[in-house]
Design a binder for this molecule. Structure first.
Ligand SMILES: Cc1ncc(COP(=O)(O)O)c(C=O)c1O
Length: 321
């Protein structure tokens, strides 16, 4: 199976006009297929390849009511005519589930949904897989967020794409910034950077985890990948830069600077960021560069997608006026 059938083009990489202190470039991974795209599509294309090549005929995965990973899983599944069940963590009691954003798209794409208490997720996954097997399916479980070496591979390959685009532009990057959650995206980029023996710093802006745990999880993903692929790479935990200073009150805390950054980038560059991941990371990047008084550096920002999330939080923008 040719992966071009899953994601149809290289995503654009170009310089933004409105930032003068440093040369800020953007990698538009919000422009992958399918259905609003994003970094999860880079990972999921390899899971889908595995599923199709091994005769699986049912997909199960796990996430939240607003998961970009679940949205893109549902989109791939429906494109390849494979039934799909999303096991979703039940929101806190009394929290209204708005028929919007990714949740709306799950429904549009006809994914089946099973709600689960967070503590019961692994038993619900086991039960679902067993039930599908008894019904005669050959189901495949995709780990939440596309975690694991298959997902990491998506960003090792993305790094290769960036490397070719960088060479075409005839520049070296000093920094690459991205929103980091489960860390698989960052793990893939760190591996790519070592494979090409490049020198730029890859800086993950945490959207949830504290530095110690975040770094460890990324390092574990790196080690797992290197072992699975049997590549002799020397990477230590100190090679991983993971900043937890821009999380705010925690995952999903959308504070004023993030909203202002989203508005500014949309107005000046025509590029829409989301409030949970890329808006926070872009704000973190600008603050980092300013706080360190960095000037004239070549900086790449990975736009990892997540655009449907904007529409869940329009009230935040209205309140921020
Ligand atoms: C839009 C977006 N950006 C970044 C991330 C973080 O990716 P990772 O989990 O690989 O760190 C996610 C994860 O959910 C995401 O949806």
């Amino acid at each position: 199976m040719n992966r071009k059938e899953f994601i149809f083009r290289n995503t654009p990489l170009y310089k933004l006009d409105s930032f003068k202190t440093n040369n800020i470039y953007i990698k538009r991974d919000d422009m992958t297929d399918p259905v609003c795209g994003g970094n999860k599509a880079r990972k999921l294309q390899y899971f889908i390849e595995e599923i199709l090549n091994n005769g699986h005929n049912y997909i199960v995965t796990y996430g939240s009511k607003e998961s970009n990973h679940c949205r893109i899983t549902a989109a791939f599944a429906s494109k390849y005519n494979i039934p799909c069940t999303l096991i979703l963590a039940k929101p806190e009691r009394n929290m209204e589930i708005s028929y919007n954003g990714n949740y709306f798209l799950y429904d549009l794409l006809d994914a089946d949904i099973i709600w689960s208490e967070v503590d019961n997720v692994s038993s619900i996954i086991d039960e679902t897989m067993e039930k599908l097997g008894l019904e005669g399916y050959n189901p495949y479980f995709i780990p939440g967020g596309g975690h694991g070496p298959i997902g990491t591979h998506g960003y090792v390959k993305a790094y290769e794409e960036i490397e070719n685009q960088r060479k075409d532009l005839n520049i070296d990057f000093d920094y690459i910034f991205l929103a980091s959650g489960t860390g698989t995206t960052q793990a893939g980029l760190v591996i790519g950077n070592k494979l090409y023996e490049n020198k730029e710093k890859i800086i993950g802006i945490s959207v949830a985890r504290k530095e110690e745990r975040g770094k460890k999880v990324i390092y574990d993903s790196v080690c797992e990948y290197i072992k699975a692929k049997n590549i002799p790479l020397d990477i230590s935990e100190d090679d991983i830069i993971f900043l937890d200073s821009y999380i705010g009150e925690g995952y999903g805390d959308i504070y004023g600077n993030v909203l202002d950054t989203i508005k500014n980038v949309a107005k000046t560059e025509g590029v829409l960021l989301d409030p949970i991941y890329t808006g926070k990371a872009f704000y973190g990047m600008l603050s980092y560069l300013e706080n360190k008084n960095l000037k004239g550096k070549n900086v790449l920002f990975i736009h990892s997608g997540g655009l449907p999330l904007v529409f869940n939080y329009t009230y935040k923008f209205k309140d921020n006026k």
